[in-house]
Design a protein around this ligand. Structure first.
Ligand SMILES: Nc1nc2c(c(=O)[nH]1)N[C@H]1C(S)=C(S)[C@@H](COP(=O)(O)OP(=O)(O)OC[C@H]3O[C@@H](n4cnc5c(N)ncnc54)[C@H](O)[C@@H]3O)O[C@H]1N2
Ligand code: MOO
Ligand SMILES: [Mg+2]
Length: 414
């Protein structure tokens, strides 16, 4: 008799997986290598930003008090005593009705407290005149206006984006403490599988899940160990899984997790003495997604069906790997959008439909069965239709999970 499996609601399954994430500790990397990593310590401002009062314009630095009463009929004249560009510091100190020609980014000279843009002046050989009064600190970028020294600027656990890199550089971090990355292995199971370079043969298909997962990891900035393909033979598969599991923090297998005569992953987990967290999730595709833990390491048994495999990775593997790296935002970002076309199938389980989101509407990305490959490639999002619903009409508001976004969300919002 076929084994009866109890489906777990998706959110519960995700949380159960996350409970078992072990953290990996930190390491230092060069700043140039840190893009896409997770910060393992907060960034503290080591100086004010900007570190000195400076000119935001090309123009003239003046004492604002000297401009009092300036108007079209009463132009005030300044004697220009110096000329500085960014990186230069004037040694001169402004006396009444003196100005220093100053370029954007240059430190404000002593006594100067306002900047007049070139466009607001009339220049002659001996002086420069202005026609309106300037207030104190008018047109001045003040020291610390962006960030104050000792401020916590970015929290530990944040994704290092290009802006984070700019901050790290600003504060002189030539090396950055980042979370270590998990060692992830990929094994594709299935006697039907051919390598990418092989010709098709009767009953066989090329392994597309393996390369797809490599790319899903890559877009998280992660590398992986490849364990290739194994045929559906219990002893042989067991040996490969055992070896791979011992060498990795997280082993992702594809295929062989359902109830078929050649689906050996359940037996392999048993032989390994692994704790199976669940082997059925109330979702489609990916209902057979199985997650087990052995010696504190993850064994993700993703479905062999490509769309189920893809979805299983995004929903379960991705947040688990992020949690291992102590990231603060574990989940796919979520939005709502108008459905671009009718979707009339009933949903006993929560349905994840590969879809194209354009910022307003979201539409299924074509052939959408669990075995689909095409809609994975054509989509950039997943429509989420809750279980127990009877189908949706074009124009209905639906939940959408966004794929391929650098940094996710700190909440499971569905
Ligand atoms: N009696 C039942 N049969 C099935 C059930 C069920 O509940 N009762 N569940 C179905 C569902 S849902 C899915 S999903 C699949 C899951 O199957 P497995 O995870 O065991 O995967 P396989 O049987 O190995 O393969 C399924 C399918 O995917 C193709 N495949 C496998 N690996 C790859 C790969 N690396 N690249 C591309 N395609 C791959 C494989 O050839 C099969 O067509 O089970 C249903 N059956
Ligand atoms: O696990 Mo299956 O993908 O629900 O169709
Ligand atoms: Mg199967």
């Amino acid at each position: 008799m076929v084994e009866k499996r109890t489906p777990l609601p998706v959110a519960e399954a995700v949380e159960r997986v996350l409970e078992h994430a072990m953290s990996l500790g930190a390491e230092k990397v060069e700043l140039e290598e840190s893009y896409g990593r997770i910060l393992a310590e907060p960034i503290i401002a080591s100086s004010d930003v900007p570190p000195f009062d400076r000119s935001p314009y090309d123009g003239f630095a003046i004492r604002s008090v000297d401009s009092t009463g300036a108007s079209g009929d009463n132009r005030v004249a300044f004697n220009v005593i110096d000329h500085i560009g960014a990186g230069e510091v004037s040694t001169k100190k402004l006396a009444p009705f003196e100005a220093i020609r100053i370029m954007t980014g240059a430190q404000l000279p002593e006594e100067a407290d306002a900047v007049v843009m070139f466009e607001q002046t009339v220049e002659s050989v001996e002086s420069v005149t202005i026609r309106k009064p300037f207030g104190a600190v008018e047109n001045v970028s003040l020291q610390g206006e962006d960030l104050k020294k000792n401020e916590v600027v970015i929290a530990s656990g944040s994704f290092i984006n290009p802006g984070t890199i700019a901050l790290l550089a600003t504060f002189g971090y030539s090396q950055v403490a980042v979370s270590k990355q998990p060692v992830v292995g990929i094994l594709s199971t299935g006697t039907e599988l051919l390598s990418v370079g092989d010709d098709l043969a009767p009953g066989k298909i090329r392994n597309s899940n393996g390369p797809m997962i490599v790319a899903q990891l890559k877009r998280m900035g992660l590398h992986c160990k490849m364990y290739g393909m194994s045929i559906d033979q219990l002893d042989e598969s067991y040996e490969v899984v055992k070896k791979a599991a011992a060498e990795t923090d997280c082993l992702i297998t594809t295929g062989g997790v359902s109830v078929g005569d050649f689906d050996f992953l359940p037996a392999i987990y048993e032989r390994l003495g692994a704790e199976v967290l669940f082997n059925k999730v109330a979702m489609r595709p990916g209902s057979v997604t199985t997650v087990a833990v052995a010696n504190g390491r993850y064994l993700f048994g993703l479905s062999g069906n490509p769309s189920a495999c893809f979805t299983g990775f995004e929903l379960f593997v991705r947040p688990a790997l992020l949690k291992m790296m102590s990231a603060s935002k574990l989940y796919l970002p979520h939005t709502t959008a108008r459905l671009g076309e009718d979707f009339t199938k009933a949903n006993p389980f929560t349905r994840f439909i590969r879809a194209l989101y354009n910022g307003d509407t979201v539409s299924p990305a074509g052939f959408n069965k669990s075995n689909a490959v095409s809609s994975i490639a054509r989509g950039n999002a997943l429509i989420v239709l809750p279980g127990g619903t009877r189908g949706y009409q074009s124009g209905d508001a639906v939940d959408v999970l966004l794929l391929g976004v650098e940094e996710g969300s700190d909440r499971w919002t569905l």
